[in-house]
Design a protein around this ligand. Structure first.
Ligand code: ZN
Length: 475
């Protein structure tokens, strides 16, 4: 899909390096001091600056690994590498606290435990050495920011390591070879300029195509996500799928696209019909309201005795809860609240005399009482304008039962013989998926699907003579 570019919060590598240098300098300082006796160490480490240094070493180590670089580390090298480094960072933090405690409370930390301050400091140095060595080992793998490959510009703003980049570049090789084989090389030559490789940023798409930049963005997850749909892996599926979107939306002349899109008309009609059906079952009609009012009067305002069930019951509740609620989000039992009118109605019906007094009416004045009731009925739209209250879906499962019998939408989609479940999402994904399936193996498409994609390309008259030939040959 072509969409707004996913914001990339790039890592500030200078900052990372500076922090590492700071940690390294801290280690050197500690190493010099460690030659001193316990007394010397105590006097040297007791000042505020030294305490700050110790605190910062622990904070910097954990912050770097557990927050700042966590995505990069786990994305580039896997969870276990990240977990290992993260564990080491925690060890550093614990070791700094031990040293601080030993200085602050030598009686407990040095005397009682029988461990000299020198040894606490040595322990910290050892942990810091481990940590910096391991972190440096992975940081040499910070990748280059951009390169050019097969005539494309490849951007690597997250500086993914070469090993990772290599796997993604293999995907480019594959894409180029495949489009060449299918006679669509020109589509790539004329419509694709660059790739951008990105760490996952909390989004569900594995890849994106940006038409104005003629760029495919691919997320690192593409390498580890299992169960690709057509090709052996997701890199391949994703690249071909994204180019499919581009062909559908930008390269096909309007006539060809209209014809493709028209395949979805029966689906849309069925969806409209379903929407209407849903509206009917979830609408609190004027007649419903009169019926509910009658029951409410009969039960003297006790909802539970109205004898309503299922959706009917939900509707009555919603009517008393939000009588003027017209459209919008899902209303469920849990978010229903009494409306003032609804609450008033049940209270008045339950105890008319008391409520009348409360409102300043004379309960024996029948005219006044009926005036008051009529006002409530108008508020609850039992009297007055006849319009239905177009309620939102009240309860998903309840409503699902009503549409269970309605198979029109599913049948209309089935008729298109779309080669993947995802392709059934909408007309855009249908094209991208059918295209990908065709690129994978034309002979595996159903005759209907093959006809549809073949027709789209024939009407497009764009490139791909070889593409069409293959479509014909495999039918
Ligand atoms: Zn898509």
């Amino acid at each position: 899909m072509q969409q707004k570019k996913v914001a990339v919060r790039s890592i500030n590598w200078n900052m990372v390096r500076n922090r590492l240098i700071y940690i390294q300098e801290g280690v050197n300082t500690l190493k010099k001091l460690s030659r001193l006796s316990d007394a010397g160490l105590t006097s040297n480490l007791s000042d505020v600056a030294s305490r700050d240094l110790l605190e910062n070493l622990g904070e910097d180590a954990t912050d770097l690994v557990q927050h700042y670089l966590s995505e990069w580390l786990s994305g580039s090298f896997g969870e276990s590498v990240w977990a290992h480094l993260s564990g080491q960072a925690s060890e550093v933090k614990i070791a700094t606290h031990s040293v601080l405690n030993a200085i602050r409370d030598p009686a407990k930390y040095v005397t009682e435990k029988g461990i000299s301050l020198t040894r606490w400091v040595d322990n910290l140095i050892q942990n810091l050495d481990w940590f910096t060595t391991k972190l440096n080992e992975v940081l040499v793998n910070v990748g280059t920011e951009s390169l050019s490959y097969q005539g494309f510009k490849v951007l690597n703003p997250d500086r993914l390591p070469d090993t990772v980049v290599k796997s993604l570049l293999d995907g480019i090789d594959f894409l180029v070879a495949l489009f060449k084989k299918r006679g669509l090389k020109k589509v790539l030559d004329q419509n694709l300029k660059s790739f951008i490789f990105s760490l996952r940023r909390g989004d569900t798409a594995l890849a994106r195509y940006y038409p104005t930049e003629q760029q495919i963005q691919v997320f690192l997850d593409v390498l580890t996500t299992k169960d690709s749909r057509f090709f052996e892996d997701w890199v391949k599926d994703a690249f071909v799928h994204e180019m499919g979107h581009h062909i559908h939306m930008f390269l096909m002349p309007s006539q060809a696209r209209r014809e493709w899109d028209s395949g979805w008309l029966p689906v849309e009609q069925a969806q409209q019909a379903r929407k209407k059906l849903l509206q009917e079952v979830t609408t609190v009609t004027a007649e419903d309201r009169r019926r509910y009012w009658g029951l409410l009067v009969k039960t003297r305002g006790v909802l539970s005795q109205m004898g309503l069930k299922g959706l009917d019951r939900m509707k009555a509740h919603a009517w008393l809860s939000r009588p003027y609620y017209s459209s919008g989000s899902l209303v469920t039992k849990s978010n229903l609240k009494w409306s003032p009118e609804g609450l008033d109605a049940t209270l008045v019906l339950r105890a008319p005399a008391e409520m009348a007094k409360l409102h300043g009416y004379d309960p024996t004045d029948l005219k006044e009482m009926s005036f008051h009731l009529d006002r409530l009925k108008r508020d609850l739209r039992v009297l007055g304008p006849e319009a239905s209250i177009d309620f939102p879906v009240l309860n998903r499962t309840e409503v699902q039962n009503y549409v269970k019998e309605d198979k029109q939408v599913e049948e209309a989609i089935e008729a298109l013989q779309i080669p993947s479940e995802y392709g059934k999402t909408n007309v855009l994904e249908d094209f991208a998926e059918t295209f990908t399936a065709f690129m994978h193996d034309p002979s595996k498409l159903s005759p209907t699907a093959r006809f549809r994609i073949q027709r789209a390309f024939a009407l497009s008259g764009l490139y791909g003579k070889e593409f069409l030939r293959q479509a014909k040959n495999s039918s």
